[in-house]
Design a protein around this ligand. Structure first.
Ligand code: IMO
Ligand code: MG
Length: 432
């Protein structure tokens, strides 16, 4: 038995999809533990490019279970659309499972996401407007509706009676929006409930029983450490816990049963949405990096902000997640830059910080301290062994590892599934 969690170490979009897809081949069960359809994973299989928002990337392997954990917020309409899109391309959905305790994104959550953003004006977060924040707000406020309610007509009507008047008041009185009719929601959502019911399980029982039977479990995080509601650049964060601790709460598996944590980092940094970004590049070099890395959002299509590798941020991620190893993605994108930079500290006034400060004001005032390293002109896509990477690329990776204090376990050297060098196998000899 072995269990591995994959977490983002930056602001999301690190390439977690490729790593979970790779590690899914070694696992029996793949489980998403937080977030919702704000996530976007692109998985390339042969010539087909698949864009997943909600369903774990394990779905491409038959004979494995792909579980949506209790910590995820599920937009049932989106889930069904995604199921249909996969099915139409011949992907087998019989391994899909959805936790009975996952919360449901309701239509008023999607509307409130937009209304709240508008109300924030210049202080907007730049959410993906899918209702994620408002759904988690209701979960914590104990006004949520769960999958178990959605698939039980009586429970669903009862919950809606209890919460809809409040939500409608919020929409009308705070934002001047149009209230929702109970009848419309009931009709639409009970239909969704019937479609989803065959896949509903008690996630915690399923996973713990599997662990008892020696199965391998992969915990799939969405977003990244710097978007974590506790550990990220608050308030410019998402409303869930992408960090490794979220894997326990979001699935009902105790932290002692999560063996290893693999952090995923791009060889540089990107961010979508608003908020501080110390190593963001000024000028045309940013555009060059964006074009080479095809840095446009999977979910929103928005151009990603691009910058140099931030060792302060990733070292912090190593700490809050207890990383066992690092997967460095998009190394190929950096080929051809004469020099590459790594941020080793944040200069704030006359001090150099080695860990991010807790306020946005301080973070915005931080000036990155850079180390400049020699670049490598060679492409890396065809390289199969770490030793065969260009010397300058190896020195870059070694320096990152040294600064983070975590060994490099995996390097992605190209877009293809096969263009990946595994140095340390996360599932091999995993302690739990
Ligand atoms: P994956 O899983 C990158 C960002 C949004 C916004 C903030 C809050 O692909 O790495 P939300 O809609 O979650 O309330 O928005 O978080 N964000 C992401 N950025 N990748 C993601 O997911 C993201 N999910 C949310 O842009 O700044
Ligand atoms: Mg994304």
């Amino acid at each position: 038995m072995a269990t591995v969690a994959v977490v983002g170490t930056q602001w999301g979009d690190e390439g977690k999809g490729k790593i979970t897809d790779l590690l899914a081949s070694r696992a029996d069960i793949i489980v998403r533990y937080q977030g919702g359809n704000n996530a976007g994973h692109t998985v390339k299989i042969g010539d087909e490019l698949f864009k997943l928002h909600l369903i774990p990337s394990g779905i491409f392997y038959s004979g494995k279970l792909s579980v949506i954990g209790n910590g995820v917020v599920v937009d049932p309409g989106v889930l069904i659309q995604e199921m249909e899109a996969l099915a139409s391309k011949g992907v087998d959905l019989s391994g899909l499972r959805v936790s009975d305790r996952a919360h449901v994104i309701m239509p008023y959550h999607v509307l409130l996401d937009k209304l709240e953003e508008e109300a924030r004006g210049t202080k907007r977060i730049g959410t993906v407007a899918k209702g994620i924040g408002p759904a988690y707000t209701d979960k914590i406020a104990r006004r949520g509706i769960r999958i178990a309610d959605l698939v039980d007509e009586e429970a669903f009507r009862e919950r809606l009676d209890a919460v809809l008047p409040h939500k409608n008041k919020e929409i009308e009185r705070l934002y001047g929006g149009t209230p929702f009719s109970k009848a419309d929601i009931v009709e639409e959502y009970l239909g969704y409930g019937r479609r989803i019911k065959p896949y509903v399980v008690d996630c915690s029982s399923l996973l713990n029983d599997a662990i008892d039977r020696g199965k391998h479990i992969l915990f799939e995080g969405a977003q990244g450490t710097l978007l974590d509601v506790d550990h990220g650049t608050y308030p410019y964060v998402t409303s869930s816990w992408p960090t490794a601790g979220g894997a326990a709460a979001g699935t009902g598996v105790g932290p002692t049963r999560i063996g290893r944590v693999v952090g995923v980092a791009k060889a540089y940094t990107t961010r979508v949405g608003q908020g501080p970004f110390p190593t963001e590049i000024d000028g045309p070099l940013q555009d060059e990096l964006r074009e080479k890395g095809m840095e446009y959002g999977t979910t929103s299509g928005r151009a990603r902000r691009c910058g140099w590798f931030d060792a302060v941020g990733v070292r912090y991620a190593a700490r809050v997640n207890g990383l066992w190893g690092l997967a460095v993605m998009h190394l190929d994108t950096l080929s051809g830059f004469p020099t590459v930079r790594i941020c080793t500290g944040y200069k704030l006034g006359d001090k150099v910080l080695t860990s991010p400060p807790s306020t946005i004001k301080a973070l915005e005032a931080c000036v990155p301290v850079y180390e400049e390293l020699e670049g490598w002109p060679e492409g890396t896509c065809k390289v199969e062994r770490y030793e065969d990477l260009p010397g300058a690329a190896r020195r870059y990776l070694a320096r990152i590892s040294e600064l983070i204090g975590v060994p490099i376990a995996i390097v992605s050297v190209g877009r293809e599934r096969s263009e990946t060098i595994v140095i340390k196998e996360p599932f091999e000899g995993s302690p739990s």
